[in-house]
Structure formats: C-alpha cells, structure tokens
Design a protein around this ligand. Sequence first.
Ligand code: GAL
Length: 666
Amino acid sequence: MQLREKTLFYGGDYNPEQWEESVWQEDMRLMKMAKVNFVSMNIFSWANLQPSEEIYDFRTLDKIMDMLHENHIYADLATATASPPAWLSTKYPSSLPVGESGKVYTHGGRQHYCPNSSVYRKLASELVERLVKRYKDHPALIMWHINNEYGCHISECYCENCVKAFRTWLQNKYQEIFTLNQAWSTDFWSQKYYQWEEILLPAKTPNGFANPGQMLDYKRFMSDSLLDCYKMEKEIIKQHTPNIPVMTNLLGLHKAINGFKWAREMDIATWDSYPEPHVKNSYGDMMAHDLTRSLKKTPFLLMEQAVSHVNWRAYNPAKRPDQMRLHSYQALAHGADGIMFFQWRASQGGAEKFHSGMVSHCGSENSRTFKEVVALGEELQALKEIEGTNIYSKVGILFDWENWWALELDSKPTTAVAYLNQVGDYYRILREYNVSVDFVHPDEDMDAYQFIIAPSLYLVSEKLTQKIEKYVAEGGTFLTNFFSGYVNENDQVYLGGYPGALKNVLGIEIEEFDAMIPEWTRQFSYEEQLYNCNVWADSIKLENAKALGYFTEDYYAGLPAITQNNFGKGYSYYIGTQPERPFLQMFLQMILEDLNIHSPLMVPKDVEVTVRENDKHKYVFLLNYNKNEVTINLDKTYISCLSGEIVTGELKLGILGADVLKIEKY
Ligand code: GAL
C-alpha cells in the first residue's frame, strides 16, 4: 500500500510523553540520522488526553504532531483506547474485565477493559471522535492505529456485560432457542435451554467439560466482541477521514482473534514479531509473516519488533550483531513493506524499562544497536522499489481459526494434536525446501494453487467439502491428515464413517482410530522402507483410493496408513498417523517434484530464498541463518539492490547476511 510516496516504512512506537521536551529535539535529530519516516504514537495516552470525564487536553499531542510534521516524519496515530485511565476504572468498575473464576481484574496494568462494557465503548468512542476531528487534516497523519494488540492480555471476559451480550449474539445467530439446542446437542447431559436468560458463559463446570458447541460459540463471540470495538472506532474514523488507512496491530499466530475476519476490516494487515534470539531461525515467526501477508494477499507492515532484548520472557538474551538486520530482512522477504520497532527510546521507568529500544538507555548514537538501526535505515533507502511487490505461491495451506478453536477444545481423543504444531510441521518442511506458501481461508479461491495442504482440518463445512471436491476434480492436488473432516460448524460428527466431510474426495472410510499414549510408537511401511509413527493410527478401508503405505504393527497391521486417490483430474492424499519427520520430508518432496514446484534457487542448508515481484522485476531475497559464510551459485546475472552492482556466478553471503537481487522479468 503506497502512502504519499514510494517508500518502505521505518520507525517505531514513539512515546515522547514519557520524556521532558528537551529530549524530543534529540529524538528528532536521531530519527533523521536513522532515516526514520514513520512513528506509531499516542498508543497509551488516554490518561494524558483526558484527565477526567469532562476534561480533554490535547496540548501535548498537538505539539508532538506538529514536531513530527516539521521533521518530515509521518504519524501512525493511535486512538489510545487500549489502556483506560484510572478515573474510568474507579468511577465505572463494571468496565473492568472478569476472569473465568469470577475474579475482577484490577486496574494498574493495561488492557483492563471488558469489550462488552457499554461505558468503555461510550467513553472510547467519545475520545476517538474528538481525536479524529482534531487531527483529521493534520499533515503528519497518514495512518490510524486503532487500540493496540486486541486480545493480547484479555481475550476472554466472564462479566455480567458479557453474559448479556453473549445471549444477544446467540439470539442473532440462531433466532430460535430450538435451533441453538440442536446446534449445541443439548439433549446430552440434560443441557436443554428453554429461555435465552438461562444461558451462561462456559466458565468452570463441576466436571471440567462445558458444552463444546457453547465453548466454540463463545470463542467466536469473544473475537467478534473485540472486533465490534475495533469497528466502532473505525466507523468514526472513516466518517471523518475516509481516505486514511486504518489498521490495528495483530499478533500473528494469535488464537483468540480470527485474523481473516478482522483483516476484512483493515486497510493493511500488520503484526508484531518477537522471535527468540537464541533460535537459529524461528519458523513460527516466518509462518506468522506469511499468515499476515495471506490475510489480505498483499504486503503487510511489521509494526513491532525488538532491536535487541525484550523483558517479558524468563530469560532475555540480546540479539547478536546483525541478527536484528536478518530478522528485518526475513519480514521483507515474506512481504513486509515496513519495519517498525517497539519502541523508539527505551523507557526510564515502568514495566518495560528493560526492553530494548532503538535508542538505548545509554542514549549514545555510537552504541552498537543504534549503529545497526542507522545502517538498516540507510539500506531500506536502497530497497524502496520493493514496496508493493507481492509474493505468488503455488502451495496453499488451508488455515481456519474456527477449526483451530474447535480442534483444541477439551474432551478430544488426545491432547497431543495442537493446530499450530500440525500446520507448522508441514510449513517448515516446505520452507526448508524454499517453497513459497500462502495461507488460504476456506472462503477463498483455491484455483491459484497447484497444491493445497490441510493439516488437522477437523472442522469442515459442507460448503468447504464441495469446494475441495471441485478443486481436486478440476486438477488440484490435496493433502490432509488424521483427525480431519470429522465435524461440522457445530462440532457435531459427520456420521457414516470418518473422515466424514472428506471421505469422498479421499476415497477412504475410517471405522475407528487409536489415539496412542505418548510412550507408544508404531511402524508403517512405504516403498519397502519402515517408518516410525505415533499419536494416532486410523483403521482405513479403501473405497476408491489406493494404499501407498501400510501399518505393520498392532491390530491395524496390514491396513493402509497412507493413501492416494485419483479424483477427477486431480489427486488427494491422506496420512492416517503422525509419521516421523523424514517421512513427511520425503513424501512432500515427492509430491512437489510431481508438480514441478521447486526452490527459486539452489542454496546451502539454512539459507532462505523468497521472491517478491511486480510486472517488471523479480526481487530474490537471500538470507543466511548460518554462523558461517556461505557461497551461492547464481543461475543468472542479477543486480544487487543493496550495492547496485552486477552479480553473477558465485555470491558470498556473510554470517547472518542478507541480500536482495533484482532481475528483469521475461
Ligand atoms: C507488544 C506491545 C507493546 C510492548 C511490546 C513489548 O506486545 O504492543 O506495547 O508492550 O509488546 O515487547
């Protein structure tokens, strides 16, 4: 998304209200030195902006906005609604959130508001209205930042406001209490409801298992409640500034917030990334970059990362020299159009004083970390042209928050199946082969992809069943694994044999499954070789499919473990157990080769390659996660965007090094 000029965004959370004004001028000097062009501000300023319910005071913010403009720095202006002032919590205690045990959270941290509190919503919208009217024509303003990391601390609330709002949400969804009873299977355990008022939130029950339909709807309801808060602010903003982009900073792999649904309300997708510095290459963060880009299938913004250490883990190592640069290039390589940090200047006091900042406590422009900040700012100048370039993947992973919620509700055959682990297993292997991956929501078109993988797709609607069948019938390749296709949107099992919703396309029927205890391993054979497996074993009966691998042990010995089905013009694959990693690597590689899907460039181990492109150029990102220099044999002649030089033959990438090579298309 282009804002005013073609550039990559560079900056961070800027909290000058924590500092004397004399520091602000130094901030401006250092920001210019680092080529900072964009800052997120006013995120936690509600108490400053509104000393009491009747009084607003925008004087400090006026000064900050003017100062930014004078210094040619654009503002990502936050609405300040993430941390209500103490007077609000004291005067309106019903605005405070309540935990599952019924205990009210106290004021004194942040995010201490119930999303369904009418008082919170009223006061937040009054603040936003004033803020928007005041700054709508300010020349520094180019983006609105609503609230902050919704649901990061409070993603569930069990207060009276929420019970009432839940009932209304359910009434809107089901209309008739009879329909709700059906959807929640309330004939089980005498759970039938006769009046809406009888319905409660799924808090602690005597046996620990609340109704699964109720729990699933509660997850949907809480994500929607927070989204309603966001939409309330967005509406006010759009009334006065329809052309200024609006977003909130999401959290990537964040279970509580249905990212695809939220992204529809955002002009640009964003997230905050905090990889652990001691991990060589965090595939979780890489996956979250791809997921965030996939939310809108356009470039995203990295809204926050740490220059060096954070302060909220038990142990907080510093990022090694060049590691922050490499993390930044990873974000760019996966589609980021901007690199932002939390925060500009490390705080002197407060709970985050030991979190690194772009300017550290020593304040020196000669510190190692500030020099790295300046160097990166300089490099991004050379990369301006990648702004707006996109990534085109041939492989899609079906990703659905509703499935995540349903799969991980309690009372399942095993607790060993976690959605992100399952998705992560497949994602990581694809990325180790440097195959680009999009995450695809069930409502999205799948036609652009040659290969769709659906790990642990437990919840499948009839609509999705038809879509997958059409996709494969028309020539697509589809792969899924055990415990997929079991239930509908109400978490009710499809009868007539597993994997209910996917039986037809997979050409198999499963009569029973064995959820193994952690100590067990079993084996299966595939092309004369034995592989270990654990967690789960299906008893598969072939309908139209053929077996590619067989269990060799236990009561399912001789039954298929791995199957392939020719369905219309395409193929679908099923893995009826949790195979050891070498099998998955080999199996995916075989399918990718069949489909002629390869890495854009052959590179040494732990070197990452991605390609961003526009109509004219391809930009090849090369990232070295190794602690040694590597040599890459280039297939063509490129131009290095960073040095401007022609590169051909062998390219050396230093320790934790990164480069971006450009080549004309066609
Ligand atoms: C984010 C948050 C920031 C800051 C940061 C510290 O979750 O948005 O305000 O707390 O973490 O890492």
